[in-house]
Design a protein around this ligand. Structure first.
Ligand SMILES: Nc1ncnc2c1ncn2[C@@H]1O[C@H](COP(=O)(O)OP(=O)(O)OP(=O)(O)O)[C@@H](O)[C@H]1O
Length: 275
């Protein structure tokens, strides 16, 4: 696999002229678990690109390889996987991937209160405490968690826990956020509320903030969000662009872009999901 930093000259994939992140002809196969079995081909020749400031949703049926794609973007793929094709993600001045990954399960530490739990994201990413702490306090208010800084995780509702997990991801100050079904474990009503909230906090701007904050180590150009989901309404509510994957092995079967004032055509997306 070639893993390179994107430059505008690399722009090729899809309809994005100067992608911040690009995947080209990506195929991923997991090795057989027993002798005599064939390996599991999960992605097959997938192309994907994300423009600067874009929120891209990757929609597809269960098991088509969405999480595998996100892990590959974040450099978190099972090392036994056989990977061909190219993944180009932005990197900071020290060569680290400029991505932060939020898994479906919140992963909050039960023995830490909410604020120290959130700070784990910053500490793990090497963000200085004196910079992360004031930002954390500000984001607690913006994320509707003001006043809960000293709460234990078990004292928070499911929606609050997910917002805290997202806040922790934002504190890592990586300009590309990779979100894996962030509200997948919530009941439908709370999930819808969380989506409305997420649409209102303009997450792509939060990600861009991270680039600005990182100005001493000028990173990677560009920012954005990649969300994987199998919820068509979530994708339509949040994304600037929706990429639909086929059943496994996943490949792109459809792409729709929301232009200002326009809405997505739900029937077209449903038809693509049925392919
Ligand atoms: N480390 C691994 N080793 C072997 N197989 C794996 C590994 N990780 C994932 N798989 C398999 O790859 C396939 C795709 O998994 P993945 O989690 O990427 O799908 P998904 O589209 O995110 O599914 P869902 O929407 O249900 O979360 C599944 O069949 C899964 O069992």
């Amino acid at each position: 696999m070639t893993d390179v930093t994107v430059t505008p000259a690399d722009a090729r994939a899809g309809s994005v002229s100067a992608p911040v992140l690009a995947v080209r002809d990506l195929s991923i196969t997991f090795p057989p678990s027993r002798r005599g079995e064939r390996g599991l081909e999960v992605l097959d020749g997938l192309d994907l690109a994300m423009g600067d400031g874009e929120f891209v949703a990757v929609l597809g049926p269960s098991g088509c390889g969405k999480s595998t794609l996100l892990r590959a973007l974040g450099g978190l793929l099972d090392p036994r996987a056989r990977v061909t094709g190219e993944i180009a993600v932005p990197r900071d001045a020290s060569g680290r991937r400029a991505t932060a990954w939020m898994p479906q399960r919140d992963g909050l530490l039960p023995w830490r209160r909410a604020l120290p739990n959130a700070m784990v994201g910053a500490i793990a990413a090497g963000v200085p405490r004196e910079r992360a702490l004031p930002r954390a306090r500000r984001l607690f208010d913006e994320f509707g968690l003001g006043g809960f800084e000293r709460a234990w995780p078990h004292e928070l509702s499911g929606g609050m826990r997910q917002r805290l997990a997202l806040l922790r991801t934002c504190l890592a100050e990586r300009p590309v956020l990779l979100l894996d079904e962030p509200f997948g474990g919530l009941d439908p009503v709370t999930r819808r509320r969380m989506n409305a909230w997420l649409a209102s906090v303009r997450l792509t701007e939060r990600a861009a903030d991270a680039t600005a904050l990182d100005a001493e180590e000028p990173a990677a150009a560009g920012s954005g969000v990649v969300l994987v989901t199998h919820d068509i309404d979530e994708a339509m509510m949040l994304a600037d662009r929706i990429v639909v994957l086929s059943d496994r092995p996943g490949r792109v079967v459809h792409e729709s872009r929301a232009r200002s004032g326009d809405r997505y055509d739900r029937d077209t997306l449903l038809a693509a999901l049925d392919c």
